[in-house]
Design a protein around this ligand. Structure first.
Ligand SMILES: NC(=O)c1c(N)nc(OC2CCCC2)nc1O[C@@H]1CCC[C@@H]1O
Length: 330
């Protein structure tokens, strides 16, 4: 092992910054800055330098995304803040009823809503300490999840290090498999005579609950973050500000959210996305409507399993279609 010179150390740190930046452009912003060949060349240089000087390897190095060992199982981990599920609204009347209940519990107050696409994937929780990803877990039953850190580290849209060293932050998001990856995966499984996945949600869940992180890494998963779970220190005062802050930290946040001044605007936005849902490169099964003010969310509280300040608007079930592929690729 040759001596580590300051120049080598500086070169390793420069390569990491450059590769992290290109991962961010490609996997978080969907805006690649260089060709795959140029990216691979940078990665090869870093891999070689780290192989020659293993003492320089840090857990947040881009070369450390795919862990080595296959796990025996997943450890149960408690969520500090329960990961709630959502009540459902199946049409305009249900949405107006939700709005009436919210306003009854906030007499005389202005209420703003944020409407987001409801990504059809698997809810996960990510823990960061001093800006470093220290743990990732499934939602599980809302109180306890499964520790799938090694698998979530392979998802390139998940930052291993945030753009700010926030002391302690736990965030939630929906991990998912893009439609084109889902079709390609099932084609490969058909070729291999393996059982097919019924939909992208099952494919994402199956890919994240793999005991071998190498398999997860091969499944081209992505994620959209949608909430702060736990934050030490001052934070945003509205949900829309929370989404903007998550984006600023380097997380992937779905840009199709809208702040609505009343339930009629919410209803119009839901109708718009019911029409446009097949134009998206990922599966959605509805929209999520949330009270924007975090103080009002706090005061509205939650029932045992779901918040009083949020509801899911579910699209009517698909009319009979010939194959799942038609739904996905329509
Ligand atoms: N799937 C989603 O895109 C999504 C979202 N955009 N926003 C939330 O907000 C949480 C916050 C409090 C209760 C629900 N949840 C979502 O998915 C939920 C998580 C658990 C069950 C659903 O997958």
């Amino acid at each position: 092992m040759s001596e580590v010179t300051p120049e080598i150390k500086a070169r390793v740190e420069e390569l990491r910054r450059e590769i992290d930046h290109h991962n961010y452009l490609y996997y978080v912003l969907d805006k690649p800055g260089i060709t795959d060949a140029q990216y691979d060349q940078l990665m090869q240089q870093l891999i070689q330098l780290e192989a020659a000087h293993p003492e320089l390897i840090t857990p947040d190095s881009p070369t450390q995304r795919v862990g080595g060992q296959v796990q025996q199982g997943f450890q149960a981990v408690p969520h500090r803040v329960p990961m709630l599920s959502l009540g459902n609204a199946f049409g305009e009347a249900d949405l107006r009823e939700f709005d009436r209940r919210v306003r009854t519990n906030l007499p005389g107050e202005e209420v703003e809503y944020v409407v987001e696409l409801k990504i059809d994937g698997l809810a996960v929780s990510l823990w960061y300490e001093n800006g470093l990803l220290v743990r990732g877990a499934t939602r599980g039953n809302g109180e306890y999840g499964e520790d799938i850190t090694a698998n979530l580290r392979t998802v390139k849209a998940i930052p291993l290090r945030l753009k700010e060293d926030v002391p302690f932050l736990e965030v939630r998001g929906e991990a998912y498999m893009p439609k084109d990856s889902f079709v390609r995966l099932n084609e490969a499984r058909e070729e291999a005579g393996e059982p097919l996945f019924a939909n992208p949600r099952n494919a994402a869940a199956g890919s994240l609950r793999q005991l071998d992180p190498g398999v997860t890494a091969s499944r081209n998963l992505s994620i959209f973050m949608y909430a702060i779970g736990h934050l030490e220190g001052p934070g945003p005062r509205s949900h829309a500000a929370a989404l903007a802050w998550l984006k600023q930290l380097g997380f992937r946040v779905n840009q199709h959210y809208k702040v609505c001044q009343d339930i009629s605007q919410v209803i119009d936005y839901c109708a718009k996305w019911h029409e446009k849902r097949f134009d998206l490169p990922y599966a959605i099964d509805g929209l999520v409507i949330k009270v924007n003010s975090l103080d009002q969310q706090q005061r509205l509280g939650a029932t045992l399993k779901s918040p009083r300040w949020a509801i899911a608007y579910k699209f009517p079930a698909e009319q009979a279609v010939s194959t799942i592929k038609d739904i996905i690729l329509r």
